[in-house]
Design a protein around this ligand. Structure first.
Ligand code: XMP
Length: 517
């Protein structure tokens, strides 16, 4: 395992992903972990990430020199590079020559371990104030920029390396190659971490843990639960029962995709609970977004608990015990919940569509080590339908928070039709994987005047909210082609009764959120 020491910026997860793209398994540890604890994990290599601080700032995290003396290959990036230089006796200076963004790098040794075969002049992504102006003893300086006299250093004897820039971001064009050179040539690691291996490993693990017990899993229609359940199914077959709560807030065709296509491709035994009426009744008269979320979350838990009790009773009748619950927890959730820094409660996301904490089951979390793109790769490897594997993020409360105003059956029908048209046209334009998601919002309490045919109409507006994003924390509105927008608008106003106007949301996040509620 390659350990990425997180110095607190947002780069650590990206670095870990890039290492895995090089087919080497990696995990993130906080910089507060003592060196002996890090070394006790027997890492095959260590990467020190970038961070927000200056090495001169008060309380700036340092690096224990013990990390460099254990014979473990180390690669320092940006802040990690400077902290490494300091710990090993080099010098970091306030040169006043800060560099941010695309910067010209001059490689001074294109035969070095890191830069072998790379162009002498290249553009790299920088983000630093201070600079290393003297490399520690034993290091060769292999690249420079105008603002960073030492932009890269290498010591093949001790297998210690570092660069001032960010090789993990796409703006550093040859960055991935550099990282791979460190991993394979510098640290001597083999590229043998593949999704096929992940599946084999998980299947063996799950089989061993489950033994002759029974497993239950809630399917949401999203990628994570679908892939998690498919893995468990592969491991224990019909000892798994999946529960799918149809709350009536899904988009057109989504329930069928789970009930028909997913079941056909995985063979899971599925228990479908049709709870549409129940959710509609509970939501009647409610317009406040947070209240909607609470109601949907509460009802979901109740319905699931009841279904789970039925699964337990059925298993019991066969002399089986239900002991495990599958959850689609991903690696970023694991890392973030370990971080523990409080963020403002802007929307109460994580409680919605989640399960109660006091369910009497042990958890099976087969995706705990994986990033989203890896989950998708596992899903493809397992042969799941691509509509599910490539599904864009969709909120747990579903269309319930895309109807601005009270949720009713008619309004859901209207929104489902409009949403289906937008999705169809976006797919047809080949933009599914380019845009992060495109909420389609029904302004149910707003009416405007229109003219259709010979008549005056007084219908509702639909808002399109296409966004591009890396992680949903920030987002920008997608610049969709006008032709496409025209087609979507045309079709929606022609084909969906009650809708006589289509608007485009051109707000970034912040200040807007992605969803309207
Ligand atoms: P916002 O609207 O906060 O959304 O910019 C960020 C991401 O989270 C999704 N989202 C939710 N997901 N339950 C969920 O499971 C929720 O209540 C919820 N609200 C927003 C949203 O679709 C986007 O991907």
């Amino acid at each position: 395992t390659v350990l990425v020491v997180d110095f607190g910026a947002q780069y650590a997860q990206l670095i870990a992903r890039r290492v895995r793209e090089a087919r080497v398994y990696s995990e993130i540890v906080p910089h507060t972990m003592p060196a002996d604890e890090i070394l006790a994990k027997k890492p095959s290599a260590i990467i020190l990430s970038g961070g927000p601080s200056s090495v001169y700032a008060d309380g700036a995290p340092g690096v224990d020199a013990a990390l460099f003396e254990a014979g473990v290959p180390v690669f320092g990036i940006c802040y990690g590079f400077q902290a490494m230089a300091r710990a090993l006796g080099g010098n970091v200076a306030k040169t006043g020559l800060a560099e941010f963004g695309a910067t010209d790098l001059k490689v001074t040794d294109t035969g070095s371990t890191l830069f072998e075969g790379q162009p002498i002049a290249q553009s790299v992504w920088m983000s630093h104030g201070d600079s290393v102006d003297r490399a520690p003893e034993g290091f060769a300086v292999t690249a420079t920029t105008d603002g960073a006299p030492v932009a890269a250093f290498e010591d093949d004897d001790r297998k210690l390396y570092g660069v001032q820039y960010h090789p993990e971001v796409l703006h550093s064009k040859h960055g991935q190659r550099l990282l791979e050179r460190f991993l394979h040539a510098g640290a001597g690691l083999r590229a043998d971490w593949t999704m096929a291996n992940v599946i084999d490993e998980q299947v063996a693990d799950i089989r061993e843990r489950v033994g002759d017990k029974h497993v239950i899993c809630g399917l949401s229609g999203g990628v994570d639960s679908a892939v998690a359940a498919a893995l468990v199914q592969k491991a224990v077959g019909d000892k798994l029962t999946c529960v799918f709560v149809d709350h009536g807030l899904l988009r057109k065709g989504e329930a069928e995709q789970v009930e028909r296509d997913y079941v056909a491709s995985t063979g899971v035994s599925l228990k479908v609970v049709d709870a549409q009426e129940r959710f509609l009744n509970a939501l009647a008269g409610v317009t406040d977004p947070e209240e909607k979320r609470k109601i949907i979350g509460r009802e979901f838990i109740r319905v699931f608990e009841q279904a789970a009790a039925e699964v337990v009773a059925e298993a019991d009748a066969h002399g089986e015990q239900v002991e495990f619950l599958v959850q689609g927890t991903l690696y970023p959730d694991v890392v973030e919940s370990g971080g523990g820094t409080g963020t403002a409660n802007i929307k109460s996301h994580h409680n919605v569509g989640g399960l109660p904490e006091d369910l009497q089951f042990q958890l099976i979390e087969p995706l705990r080590k994986l990033f989203k793109d890896e989950v998708r790769a596992v899903g493809e490897e397992l042969g799941l339908p691509s509509e599910i594997v490539w599904r864009q993020p969709f909120p747990g409360p579903g269309l319930g928070i895309r109807i601005i105003g009270e949720v009713t059956a008619d309004r859901l029908e209207t929104l489902r039709e409009a949403d289906a048209i937008a999705r169809e046209e976006l797919s047809r334009a080949g933009l599914d994987r380019e845009i992060w998601q495109c909420p389609v919002v029904l302004l149910a309490d707003v009416r405007s005047v229109g003219v259709q045919g010979d008549g005056r109409t007084y219908g509702h507006p639909i808002v399109l909210r296409p966004v591009s994003s890396e992680d949903a924390m920030t987002a920008d509105w997608s610049r969709l082609p006008y032709e496409l927008l025209a087609r979507i608008s045309n079709r929606i106003t022609n084909e969906v009764r009650e809708v006589n106007r289509v608007a485009l949301d051109v707000t970034s996040k912040p200040p807007g959120t992605i969803e309207w509620e």
